[in-house]
Design a protein around this ligand. Structure first.
Ligand SMILES: C[S@@+](CC[C@H](N)C(=O)[O-])C[C@H]1O[C@@H](n2cnc3c(N)ncnc32)[C@H](O)[C@@H]1O
Length: 359
């Protein structure tokens, strides 16, 4: 018998939103259950009612299909370790009872909390002998094979962990579900990391190369001091940067930036159509969503990447309502696009939306 639950990692403080989203996604698939979470723990478990529903859900749902989950796995079991001198024995005992499929990689992880970070060293040390032991049992391939399921051991305390399985192509490739990036020293603001993470994780390499190609045109609404514009300029795009604030002088010196001190809600692209619209204005999410949809419907931009600032409450509902409004506007104009929405690691109280038009 498996535990028939899944575990989702999230940003601390977003447990309720993650739980609400899992309830919404599972209901949309016609399977039911309930989330269990504690505020600040940076993870949520979701218990299914129908037998085998957890495995089925995890097989059908990519982490990238969710807004708030950073990683998702089907739980095999939760272990309380009585003797911390031997943490491997209890994991192997659980897997002896419920043998996993042959896995191609092992991920030993911890929640993104202050307490969780104290477990980082333990996780690193524990992974080496556990990997050996799993290989000895034939549950882990000798060489890493990312096209196979991953075995997760998620420590929530030094003496307590969840063990489970994620599916290839559905899971996040990053440890703890976190895409860490180095701050580019010449970028004018830390916000640059938000757009960089979005470009790296929400677009395929092909989409990135096609959309952010040298010479292509972009508009950046709410651009100052220029962190997002910087990401486009390093890809040699021409950017109309719209904001009343002050733009970084080095970016202006590239000759690729056309600065416009105007209201982003009234701005029109100077030379007609652009390839990419980006927007980081701090405004009501429904207003921003409406503006983005209008640009796409009017064919002022082919694609859009934008942030939606989240309210204090009902964040999941607010995001889904904004996205549904964009979907409805695009559908009524017969525009086919894929929409991805993610609470990225470098985001705070905001999510990033990428609307990519299908050719
Ligand atoms: C979070 S900051 C943008 C940071 C920027 N993306 C970066 O990477 O440096 C939000 C910006 O939106 C601008 N803004 C807010 N409302 C605006 C509006 N209606 N029109 C133009 N800019 C606006 C603000 O002046 C501010 O500079």
């Amino acid at each position: 018998m498996t535990s028939n639950s899944i575990l989702a990692y999230c940003r601390p403080g977003y447990e309720v939103d993650t739980g609400n989203e899992l309830t919404r996604l599972t209901a949309a698939r016609g399977c039911y259950g309930y989330p269990l979470m504690k505020a600040g723990e940076a993870f949520v478990t979701y218990q299914f009612q129908a037998p085998a529903a957890a495995q089925e859900f995890i097989g059908q749902t990519a982490v990238d299909d969710t807004v708030f989950a950073r990683q998702l796995f089907a739980v095999i079991g939760k272990i309380t370790i009585e003797d911390t001198a031997d943490r491997i024995g209890p994991v192997l005992a659980l897997l002896d009872e419920q043998p996993p499929p042959r896995c191609g990689t092992l991920m030993v992880e911890y929640p993104d909390t202050e307490d969780g970070k104290t477990l980082a060293k333990l996780c690193r040390k524990f992974a080496v002998p556990l990997r050996q032991a799993l290989r000895g049992k034939g549950w882990l391939t000798a060489k890493e094979q990312l096209n196979l399921p991953a075995l997760h051991v998620f420590f929530v305390a030094g003496d307590c962990c969840y063990v489970g399985i994620s599916q290839p192509r559905q899971r996040s490739p990053f440890a703890n579900g976190i895409c860490r990036l180095k701050f580019p020293p010449k970028a004018p603001s830390r916000s640059t990391l938000k757009l960089e993470e979005a470009l790296l994780t929400m677009l395929s390499e092909q989409e990135r190369n096609e959309i952010c190609r040298p010479g292509a045109r972009a508009v950046d609404l709410g651009a100052c001091p220029g962190g997002w514009t910087y990401q486009l300029v390093i890809r040699e795009m021409h950017v109309e940067a719209v904001d009343n604030g002050k733009m970084d002088a080095d970016l202006m010196a590239t000759g690729l930036v056309d600065y416009r001190a105007e209201d982003g809600f009234k701005y029109r692209p100077q030379l007609g159509h652009v390839e990419l619209l980006v927007c980081d204005m701090i405004e009501q999410p429904d207003r921003v969503a409406e503006l983005m949809a209008a640009w796409l419907v009017k064919q002022w931009a082919t694609h859009a990447i934008f942030n939606l600032k989240l309210p204090m409450k009902r964040r999941c509902e607010t995001v889904y309502a904004a996205i549904q409004a964009v979907e409805a506007k695009l559908a009524s104009a017969n525009i086919k696009a894929t929409i991805k929405t993610r609470h990225l690691y470098h985001n705070r109280d905001e999510v990033t939306v990428a609307v990519l038009r299908k050719s």
